[in-house]
Design a protein around this ligand. Structure first.
Ligand code: ZN
Ligand code: ZN
Length: 64
């Protein structure tokens, strides 16, 4: 058996950031279009699936 490490890109986000669900990516929420509390106006939040890394390392085992 031999193993190798591969980088698996997270399918839930783009480089560790994902569109804020609360404001839909606009950074503002109604009423009054205040700055979105969840993303602080950025429109994107850190991806919880990968912890903001954009992917994860995975070990692949293959028989020799
Ligand atoms: Zn937001
Ligand atoms: Zn992610």
């Amino acid at each position: 058996m031999s193993s190798r490490q591969v980088w698996k890109k997270c399918t839930f986000c783009n480089n560790g950031r994902r569109t804020c669900f609360n404001c839909g990516g606009s950074g503002k929420v109604s009423p009054g279009w205040q700055t979105c509390y969840d993303c602080k106006g950025f429109g994107t939040v850190m991806c919880a699936e990968c912890g903001g890394n954009g992917g994860r390392r995975e070990t692949i085992w293959s028989p020799e």
